[in-house]
Design a protein around this ligand. Sequence first.
Ligand code: G6P
Length: 607
Amino acid sequence: MASLSGLCSSFPSLKPNNRIGGELSPVRKDSLAVSTRSNSSFKHSVAREVSADLSKTNDVAGLKQAKQGGLEKDPKALWRRYVDWLYQHKELGLYLDVSRIGFSDEFVSEMEPRFQAAFKAMEELERGAIANPDEGRMVGHYWLRNAKLAPNPFLQVQIDKTLAAVCDFADAVISGKIKPPSPEGRFTQILSVGIGGSALGPQFVAEALAPDNPPLKIRFIDNTDPAGIDHQIAQLGPELASTLVVVISKSGGTPETRNGLLEVQKAFREAGLDFAKQGVAITQENSLLDNTARIEGWVARFPMFDWVGGRTSEMSAGVDIREMLVGASMMDEATRSTVLRKNPAALLALCWYWATDGIGSKDMVVLPYKDSLLLFSRYLQQLVMESLGKEFDLDGNRVNQGISVYGNKGSTDQHAYIQQLREGVHNFFVTFIEVLRDRPPGHDWELEPGVTCGDYLFGMLQGTRSALYANDRESITVTVQEVTPRSVGALIALYERAVGIYASLVNINAYHQPGVEAGKKAAGEVLALQKRVLAVLNEASCEDPAESLTLQEIADRCHAPDDIEMIYKIIEHMAANDRALIAEGDCGSPYSLKVFLGECNVDELYA
Ligand SMILES: O=P(O)(O)OC[C@H]1O[C@H](O)[C@H](O)[C@@H](O)[C@@H]1O
């Protein structure tokens, strides 16, 4: 009787007709091919008609219509499709199942030339081409895990040197060689201050990989919310004295991160601590943050390179980086294949294109059935949506591209929104992340005869996948053996490459983020208007306060007559925070915005 583990270990050779239990007789692929060949000859005849019409437009919707009868539901045919399309990276133990995405053979052959073009573009990118034309930059995150790929020796040395410096610093902090001035004599906490890719990557990896009792517990300030910052600092309490503050900002100028730093430095001052002795900066050389850290003499500074985007900087200075880099590098090697079926990133891109018609018509729901991968969907939200969510393509056409991403974890989300996924609006496809190892060896037990807690989790994943598919809801399953730095590195690399390949398929620049700049600029304008409002109100408080200004008069004095609503919002926000106006010089008394707001009753504005 072949043991189940024997079956599993021989799984890679398992073919549809093998019997579990007896000698696993490998079924020759061609016996299988005969049946599929007969099917595919039928399909090809359809394809000839279909492609004759569609080769001009490469219209996925048309190909979907041509695919007779929707999704395959025959169990035997599905099993055949599963085996036929299953991708296995045996050394990583990472599998990719795309069988529950209904792409047709015609679609695959239609897309082949575009994949070859995408592979070529990716090859040039890795050779140092300006793959981010809008910012005139190279795109080099793949070099971080294999410095030899970098286009010149100088960069190779920089990458290797930075990695060594980060690892040495981390070791020195953990060993206590580098320590705070506090009496405890060693760092016990890390406070990371950063936002976007300077937070999401570290948050995802910390949640996924931090041991139960790490040498230093990490927490994050990733927003300019004063209450959120206060909460993190309050939780640190006296341990602020043994906290290493890591400020991460590639540009070195992001307002939210700068505010977080100023707030933390204020807390250090109030605690009588010297921030510089506990501060680390990870940023581009000579950025505002880098110069601040240098001038103030912080404990350490580590460089981020301009050819690494924020959302692909996870492999920069960070956690158990060497193992993550190995996993990422192995996945990079696999995703350089120019054979679609052998390239897991290309397979993902194929599925995304089919499922979303190449125009983001459906959302990507990411469902890791593993608590430690909870933040993977948030990480992918930035990686996918900030890369693909673009207004124009590389030829300047307005395309408004993108794929929306959401999700948390299974089976938890089955008790939240899976109801809608199963029966509601069909505007998504699911990506399950399956982790085979439930618990470290020797820690498992049966909570009922023959069944463990992890079996339930496994059953919930498989059950949800089947239930969705039964109702024509498509899904991808990515399987890893367990959550380790290597498998996490591989997952990150898999999706970084898939995004890059997909971006080529839809002809957009995946490596800039113009939309974010627009938001930052608009925020700057609000703050500038606020300063003008304060100046006008201060001035007014020096006049006869009885003659308080109306909102329109304030707007006119700010030379912003059309911004009356924003001026009202500014005053409303300031009044809610008890911000009074301190009149300049000796004129007038502090001018209460609350009173002013009460006087200018919005309802009367249009009376
Ligand atoms: O790392 P920083 O320069 O502070 O940037 C933080 C974030 O800012 C913007 O939102 C960018 O679009 C993100 O890609 C980046 O991760």
